[in-house]
Design a protein around this ligand. Structure first.
Ligand code: ADP
Length: 269
């Protein structure tokens, strides 16, 4: 059996996806990026190969992508995360329908990508200047409210009434704003819900820069937060597709590109 590896080295986490020659998902692993991207990517890949009982020699093509992609020297190819995200989203959502708009929220940036009918990227917009509208903002809020980031979603749905207004765009100011809201006897649930709506509003502004087209796909770690998904759907006024494994779309796309490149190179010989 031949296997293909997609390695997405993001600012917060490393995602490794392995697929077979028919582009079926075989397995994946996620680990923290830390400061030694190459070392951690290599360790994560070795652990995944062990878990799946795959011999290194059966890996025929590796594609790296993401913020740290150029640091993974063993890759046969490295590609932009925008392209990999688009390819992965279309494949992951094939039963949902055509994907025309992708929202990706990562640890330190957020992106909106627009696709044409053939799946080509026609436009993209990115926010990587401040933490507002990124996973980092959610991490800071969760820490301040003394909960894990994966608990934010359930608190969101316990909020009642109109979502609170949380105006801070900077994570540092958000911390003091949250202390102020707690001091004014607002509940944790209402604060979480307000934070989700403030992020959703920023994300919708970002998506508007590329144009909102139906067939919306949301990925990246924060797409696992159902409260945030709910807020974005309400703000955008459209249904959004969330893949089964939101963090690995880009590494999945990189692995798929690996299959195509491998087949193309084989034909060219
Ligand atoms: P990057 O690709 O930039 O490394 P990710 O797509 O891995 O980023 O997203 C990381 C962010 O995802 C974290 O900062 C965190 O806010 C969020 N996150 C991670 N795991 C979960 C989870 N189980 N539930 C909700 N949010 C999560």
């Amino acid at each position: 059996m031949k296997y293909f590896v997609g390695i997405d080295i993001g600012s917060t986490s490393i995602k490794i996806t392995i697929i077979d020659e028919n582009k079926n998902l075989v397995g994946y692993k996620i680990s923290a990026s830390g400061s030694m991207f190459y070392k951690y990517a290599q360790e994560t890949l070795n652990q995944l190969l062990d878990e799946l009982n795959i011999d290194t020699n059966d890996i025929v093509y590796t594609v790296s992508t993401g913020y740290g992609r150029k640091l993974y020297k063993e890759a046969d190819e490295n590609i932009s995360e925008i392209t990999a995200n688009a390819v992965g989203a279309r494949a992951a959502a094939k039963d949902f329908g055509e994907i025309k708009t992708i929202i990706n929220i990562g640890g330190q940036d957020s992106k909106a990508i627009s696709l044409d009918n053939e799946g080509n990227v026609t436009n993209f917009a990115m926010n990587d200047r401040c933490a507002a509208g990124t996973g980092k903002f959610l991490d800071v809020v969760a820490l301040k409210l003394e909960m894990d980031v994966d608990e934010l979603g359930e608190h969101h749905f316990k909020s009642t009434g109109t979502p609170l207004s949380v105006s801070s765009t900077c994570a540092v100011f958000a911390e003091s704003e949250i202390i102020g809201l707690l001091g004014n006897n607002h509940t944790v649930e209402d604060i979480v819900c307000g934070v989700h709506y403030s992020i959703a509003k920023r994300i919708v502004k970002l998506v508007k820069r590329v144009g909102i087209k139906k067939g919306i796909y949301f990925d990246g770690g924060p797409a696992m937060n159902e409260g945030l998904v709910n807020a974005i759907e309400n703000e955008i006024g459209e249904r959004i597709f969330i893949p089964q494994y939101p963090q690995i779309t880009t590494s999945f796309g990189a692995a798929i590109i690996g299959v195509d490149s491998y087949n193309y190179e084989k034909e060219a010989i």
